[in-house]
Design a protein around this ligand. Sequence first.
Ligand code: NAP
Length: 255
Amino acid sequence: MLKSLAGKTVIVTGASRGIGRGIALRFGQAGINVLAVSRSQADADAVAAQIGTHAAGFAADVSTAQGCAAMVQAALQKFGGVDILCANAGIFPAAKLSEMTVEEFDHVINTNLRSTFLSTQSVLPPMSKAGAGRIILTSSITGPITGYPGWSHYGASKAGQLGFMRTAALELAPKNITVNAVLPGNIFTEGLAANGPEYIAAMEASIPLKRLGSVEDIANAALFLASEEAAYITGQTITVDGGQVLPESLGALES
Ligand code: NAP
């Protein structure tokens, strides 16, 4: 049983759907004040309404400095501080390398990696003032561990988050701010479902635990990294993938 985090405040980016929504709901259940952020105010508000009066929705594009600054101001106004950031917003459109445009590459890098830098930087003043903070990045197995055709830009953005994390963890350790990452495998979300039923079936078949992950699987890992019990962990990753990266061959999976 982890010590209660009730009364703390989290900003969850990309909270209107999928993994971010799962994190927002789980943290909300734990009594944590939640600022649920997405580009759509209505979708963010709907998640906040599901959590209750200790939550609010906020519309921001976290690939912009203005968006990140505004979301932190909103959290300070509504809840008086920011104890935890879950930098989760991300996109994964597919494009083969031979056809990928510069605009497509930049869009993925800006949404996934630049947002990690900007959202982390924007929570530093309140966390530094409080003398403590937890930053939890949603990375991926794709990039840091595996590759998948169509996702060279995505893989670069997700591996880039880990490079960012290691130096950020070092710089922020003296301020008692930890920075860690969760690496989801294939988690059933609206975004993942858009890859189509063939993709989903192929992934299910390659996961030793024989199911796609749930958003709760990721939210529980994020909540652990936010807990008091994880205070001495920084610059680390937790892979939550049902064992997907383990088999060296199809034979290893079948036996
Ligand atoms: P999803 O269902 O498509 O949800 C993405 C969320 O990000 C939405 O709330 C979306 O809301 C928000 N978003 C996108 N661009 C944004 C921006 N510029 N500013 C603010 N919010 C933005 O995706 P998901 O599957 O839950 O993935 C969430 C994260 O997990 C991503 O970082 C992804 O790389 C990572 N991940 C997912 C899986 C998986 O299997 N699902 C596996 C590994 C890693 P709006 O569109 O309204 O802004």
